[in-house]
Each structure stands twice: as C-alpha cells, then as structure tokens.
Design a protein around this ligand. Sequence first.
Ligand code: SAM
Length: 246
Amino acid sequence: SDHRLIYPPHPDQMDWSSLYPDYVVDEPQDQQSPAAPETPSDNNDSAPLKPKRISKDVEVADIGCGFGGLLVALAPLMPDTLILGLEIRVSVTQFVEDRIKALRAQNPDSRLYRNVGVLRANTMKFLPNFFRKGQLTKVFICFPDPHFKARKHKQRIVSTTLNSEYAYVLRPGGIVYTITDVLDLHEWMVQHFNAHPSFERVGEEEQEADPCVGIMRTETEEGKKVERHKGQKYVALFRRLEDPAW
Ligand code: SAM
C-alpha cells in the first residue's frame, strides 16, 4: 500500500539514473556534493549525495501503464525522448522493468529502449513530486480502471483535482491522451477536461493524424483485449492551454 511507496520530496531530488543509465552525465566525484548539510558521521558513505544527473528530462508519462505495451511501442517512435510508465501494482511494475531490460539486452548495439523506464507510484498522489511545472509534453491515460459505482467515482484518475495536476506538469501545447472502452467513463473524462480552464479538446482531424493515437488503440494490452472482444474504443485528446496573463 501507499506507505511503502518511495517518492522524492521535490523533482530535483529524484534520481533517474537507474531508470535511464545511458543518459547519465559523467561528473567528477567531487562535484557530487551532498544535497543536504552533512551530519557528523563516522561513515562518510552515508552522507546523502545529489542525485546523478541525466542529460534529458522525462517528457512523456503513461499513467497506469499496466504491462507496458504503449511504452515499448512509443520508445522507437520517439527515440530522443525520455518516456516513463507509472504503475501502482508491484508485480506489474516488476514485469515492465524486466521487459525493458530484456529489450535492451536484445538490442546491445543500438540505443533502442534506453529511453523508456517504469516506476512504481500512485499517480493520484505524488505526480508533482516527480515532475516540475511544465515538464511534460504528453500524458497518456489508457483504459483507466472504470470504477463504475457512483460512490467509487472519487477513485477515477480523471477528476477536477487531478486534472489540475496534469495541467501543472504539462507545458502549454502539451497533450493528454485518453482512451477507454467504457462509454460512461469516456463521457466523464470529456466532461471533466472540457470543464477545466487549462484544457481544450483536440479536433478529430488532428487527433486521427497523430501517430500516438493509433499506437494507443492497437499496442496497449487493454486495447488488444477490446479488439479481441470486438468492443468499442473511445478516444479523446486535450491540449494544455497557455495560462491566462494576469
Ligand atoms: N494502460 C494499460 C493498458 O491500456 O493496457 C493498463 C490499463 S489497466 C485497466 C489500469 C492500470 O492502472 C492497472 O495496471 C492499475 O494497476 C493501474 N493503476 C490504477 N490506479 C493507479 C494509480 N493510482 N497509480 C498508478 N497506477 C494505477
């Protein structure tokens, strides 16, 4: 449960180096000064170090990434962009981690899949701990759990409050991608994003021209399941608007 989740107090303290080792910037040891004032200690190894720097910021997040189908399909499509899956289930996160490791090992001579990582997190709580304001260009919300009953609606990962967090981490012009097979949930997401002053819905022509939309429909594990059952898939995209000038 949540009390065992590890999250940084601030995005600057997040250590991304183990997720994206190929992007670590080599810095001389003495430049890795302690992040906090050193406390007297016999063992200097225990002094907190600044996180290792990586050369790029994560720009794409897949909220509730499940088994990682979207991540591994996006990785070669945007080879110069760091992509992160966030998943709350321990075993599923581990599965995706192993999947990425295996794909990297199968491609030893290329940079393929070096740009994709997965993190165990409850995205309903800690998003602004991981990402600075305006850091992300794309947020994917694919086949989120529907939480059908009205008393469970507060557990939906699209809500007025959470949409403000998505608005915070997305830069103006950035896009939230949503897809679901549940019509009621689709309408709920459209209603909540439309009602939010930081978002406008993307028109159908632009939506269908976006290669990420096709990937979301066909490469997510849930998308494949819905395909097998010949179900409907409802897509909606929302653009992060500029903040109004005061
Ligand atoms: N996006 C994937 C796909 O399309 O195949 C998985 C969809 S699955 C129905 C929803 C996923 O969201 C599950 O893997 C679930 O564990 C995860 N999830 C639910 N609530 C979450 C939360 N608060 N933070 C992170 N992940 C969450």
